[in-house]
Design a protein around this ligand. Structure first.
Ligand code: ATP
Ligand code: MG
Length: 295
């Protein structure tokens, strides 16, 4: 009994479902890679495993991922928040992943008058997101007819199928090309990591390991490593601009009166700080990406 348990334990793997092909496929694989997880490339297009982490990967259509995770066929999934909320399955949202950003928006033909959500009263809305659209209409006390279609939603008004659409938008160029204007944003979405509810203990431990890596990768993307030369009399002013993770590293240069300063800066403050550093007399400023950043 005990030996069986140990064996089982040893071979326990996390199963993660990711999109088979489409907008999230590449970024999902890239994220795993950035977490140091190498996937075996084989002939099997539906599943693979990692060579250096107890992880099995299932490749599925994005729409099916919440169901598979809810049914515990997969322990984890990477899928757009838009799909998670639309499918409304019993899964836990674990972490936002920072890619696949888009919004779910209502759009109407450009020439049409639009004042507020009330302008959608008694209109026909074509969408692949009937649940979220109904929720939005209910919240705004609007009655409208939802026409569910699975693709090419943006052509619906042009062919007389609907008065309005509700679809995913990123740049807005598809809407523009089809003579539509965006009138309401129902949801802002990005790819998220989901997990089954009540994940068993050993798998939770593996999930936490994976999550630790994901968070280190995400944190690293928000920061830059910066290296510069500073005249010693300006060191205090320059270092106060660069608090870093704890405090900047300062090392003397061969040239007397000069030091090298190393630190990290947040991408939001980046340009602002660079300008101030130059004003304070910093020279030879080098900036590079950080691969991993541990707390
Ligand atoms: P599948 O064959 O897996 O069902 P799909 O055609 O339904 O694929 P994709 O178009 O590949 O799905 O989009 C997958 C996800 O990418 C979307 O659910 C959304 O979360 C995200 N996404 C990001 N930007 C956009 C965009 N401009 N249009 C559509 N989806 C986007
Ligand atoms: Mg899909």
């Amino acid at each position: 009994m005990v030996s069986f348990f140990v064996l089982n334990h040893e071979f326990m793997k996390l199963k993660i479902a990711i999109q088979k092909s489409g907008r999230l496929n590449e970024d999902s694989i890239k994220l795993l890679k950035e977490c140091g997880i190498e996937l075996l490339t084989g002939v099997n297009k539906l599943r693979t495993e990692a060579s250096n982490f107890p992880l099995e990967v299932l490749f599925l259509r994005d729409d099916d991922i919440p169901q598979y995770v809810a049914d515990k066929v997969a322990d984890l999934g990477i899928v757009g928040e838009n799909i998670v909320l639309e499918k409304n399955k019993a899964v836990t949202q674990v972490e936002k992943l920072g890619f696949g950003k888009c919004r779910l928006s209502v759009a109407i033909p450009k020439g049409l008058y639009y004042e507020s959500v009330a302008s959608l009263e008694n209109k026909k809305i074509a969408t692949s997101y009937p649940f979220l659209v109904q929720q939005f209409l209910d919240k705004n006390n609007v009655n409208a007819e939802i026409h569910e279609i699975s693709g090419s939603v943006e052509i619906a008004p042009g062919i007389g199928l609907a008065d309005a659409i509700c679809d995913l938008v990123s740049s807005g160029s598809t809407l523009l090309m089809n003579g539509l204007k965006e009138t309401e944003v129902i949801l802002k979405s990005e790819a998220v990591l989901i997990s089954t509810q009540d994940l068993e203990e050993e798998k939770t431990r593996l999930l936490n390991q994976l999550l630790f890596r994901i968070q280190s990768v995400k944190r690293a993307k928000r920061y830059k490593y910066i290296l510069l030369n500073a005249p010693n009399e300006k060191l205090n002013a320059i270092c106060s601009l660069l608090p870093g993770m704890k405090s900047p590293t300062v090392m003397p240069l061969m040239d007397e009166g000069w030091s090298s300063v190393h630190s990290v800066i947040h991408e939001d403050d980046f340009w602002n700080i660079i300008e101030q550093l130059e004003k304070e007399g910093a020279q030879g400023i080098l900036v590079s990406a950080i691969e991993k950043m541990i707390n």
